[in-house]
Design a protein around this ligand. Structure first.
Ligand SMILES: Cc1cc2nc3c(=O)[nH]c(=O)nc-3n(C[C@H](O)[C@H](O)[C@H](O)COP(=O)(O)OP(=O)(O)OC[C@H]3O[C@@H](n4cnc5c(N)ncnc54)[C@H](O)[C@@H]3O)c2cc1C
Length: 217
């Protein structure tokens, strides 16, 4: 972590970000470009960090290009989902922020009673997509919280007492590993969670989430 108060010094790295910009469908925002101050903000207004660049990713290939670039040029990364983390872990001084917030598509499968959601979705996005089908997920108390960060922390909300943690309902995850490799991890909710085996009937009654989790730091 940087100790200087000078924003330019805190954001500085020698990495060739113009090269990365050319590889992305989304927008790469750097400290000297428009929108930087808006893009570096997170939910907790006390967090005032100065990333080297913010990649507003549009798809998984953008995420993979960011991870490979950061690895090649030895740049730290921060992954931003909903941006709600109180400690501001979705952004960092001198880091490349892999901002998933433009990726907010949802796909409901009413027959299987599942929903597949992009890594930048908030719970409001998921609720909007599912409520019309009479489905709901154990999630958080506030709709603007990100699906990614909340689920990775377990996830506690109104439905938890009856249906468990959010993560107990996660069926699969698309993951970009630290080397840029893409894998899909399946069968998550069928595995014993905290020593409790999940029965088929319980799973059918649930609304289960396919959660893309685009990076493994
Ligand atoms: C107002 C408020 C209300 C809250 N209410 C609840 C609640 O009801 N229940 C509950 O369980 N928690 C609650 N939380 C806590 C919340 O779950 C965590 O702060 C969570 O980290 C927020 O996730 P995010 O994606 O919005 O945050 P971010 O700041 O974007 O990310 C948080 C962390 O998760 C990582 N991350 C996010 N998405 C991904 C991804 N797709 N792949 C890899 N890493 C990822 C980030 O790198 C970061 O380390 C609340 C927080 C706030 C501020």
């Amino acid at each position: 972590m940087s100790t200087t108060l000078d924003p330019a010094a805190r954001a500085a790295t020698a990495a060739p970000f113009d090269d990365l910009a050319g590889l992305l469908r989304g927008t790469l925002i750097t400290p000297d470009g428009p929108g930087y101050d808006e893009a570096r903000q997170v939910y907790n207004a006390m967090i005032d960090r100065f990333p080297a660049a913010i990649a507003q990713c549009r798809d998984v290939t953008d995420v993979r290009n960011c991870v490979r670039f950061a690895r090649e040029h030895d740049v730290e990364i921060a992954i931003r989902g909903g941006g709600h983390n109180a400690g501001g872990l979705g952004t960092w001084d001198g880091a490349l922020v892999i901002d998933l917030s433009p990726m907010r598509s949802t796909t409901v499968d009413p027959e299987r009673r599942t929903v597949r959601v992009d890594g930048g979705c908030t719970w409001a996005d998921v609720d909007h997509a599912t409520v019309d089908f009479g489905m709901a997920t154990p999630s958080g108390f506030i709709g603007s919280t990100g699906v990614g960060g909340l689920t990775l922390g377990g996830g506690v909300g109104y439905l938890t007492r009856q249906y468990g943690l959010t993560i107990d309902s996660m069926l699969s995850a698309d993951v970009v590993l630290a080397n840029g490799e893409f894998v899909t991890e399946r069968g998550l909710a069928q595995r014993p969670v905290l020593g409790v085996a999940r029965g088929r009937r319980q799973l059918r009654r649930r609304h289960v989430v396919h959660l893309p989790a685009p990076s493994d730091r």
